[in-house]
Design a protein around this ligand. Sequence first.
Ligand code: NAD
Ligand code: LMR
Length: 338
Amino acid sequence: MSFKAVVLGAAGGIGQPLSLLLKNNPLVKELALYDIVNTPGVAADLSHISTPAKVVGYLPPDDGLKKALTGADIVVIPAGVPRKPGRCSDRRDDLFKINAGIVRDLATGIATSAPKAAVLVISNPVNSTVPIVVEVFKKHGVFDPKKIFGVTTLDVVRAQTFIAEVLGDLSLASSINVPVVGGHSGVTIVPLFSQSSHALPSNYASSDLQALTTRVQFGGDEVVKAKDGAGSATLSMAYAGAEFAEKVLRALKGEKGIVAPTFVHLSSDKSGGETIKKEVGKDIDYFSAPVELGPEGVTKILSLGKLTDSEKALVEAAVPELVVSIEKGVSFIAPSKL
Ligand code: NAD
Ligand code: LMR
């Protein structure tokens, strides 16, 4: 079994390396690249790689979006502007002004041309763009909460890497299982180090644990600063996006027991969703929680498990910002006719 994957925003900083990684995925038989610029070139380049996926590039003219999306099993969206200090913004939320409209229009395309595809949203601010996709799908009468995912995998990848650095062995990083929950921006990012498969040293100071938590929460800032005006994380995000896409594809194919944290609508598993609401102490509609994936998308939302007192405080601090960001996405679509 193999699949058609579509990348929307495929010519960008994330889109290009993500498309490369998907071209290299044996589960992908067809790869459609859509952007407002440059996709014919990116597709021609990738199409010379000796892996099975057939690559085609599409631009807006001649119904390019519709053609790219038709028959899609999985659609990954890294379209939109990134943070660029001094030029664009200092917070992911500042991207809303531009990215909300981009995501709305792409979601409309998916709702009409590939309503059954799994949709993986990378475009920031994820805590608002996922609700935008959901509201667009609702307006088109095609909303299936099991199929819409906010990609928070980069937070997990960072947590894995930073733990491995503390343990002094980077070769461990990819095998470290550490949940990161909540959302994808600043204090809404909650790493649960107490549940890591690889424990931090027993003499690890609580001030160091706090600093490690902050590093995961603000890892994006580290990259934005280092890139010094040239954008935000692209290569690590492409890696993370390809990792999560691979998990979704393996689950669509029928592989069991695949679990990953992702930002989902909590109605995607009613009972698991209710448990999360109790655990966070708020009747919230979305949360990034560990999710078991299956052929239908979300199979089960897993409990956050036993939290330490400091993790409980982090979850508590995440909720107010999450509520505001979710509402911002919902109310962006509510008045529109589409
Ligand atoms: P980029 O500017 O390099 O690329 C964005 C691409 O989107 C460009 O090629 C642009 O032409 C395209 N685009 C713009 N409008 C479009 C439209 N209407 N339809 C199709 N394509 C369109 O930016 P980037 O560095 O690749 O980042 C993309 C987004 O991903 C940003 O919003 C960024 O904040 C976000 N991001 C998210 C995470 C995460 O963890 N979820 C991590 C890193 C970056
Ligand atoms: C990240 O976490 O690196 C991304 O969300 C990009 C950003 O703006 O920080």
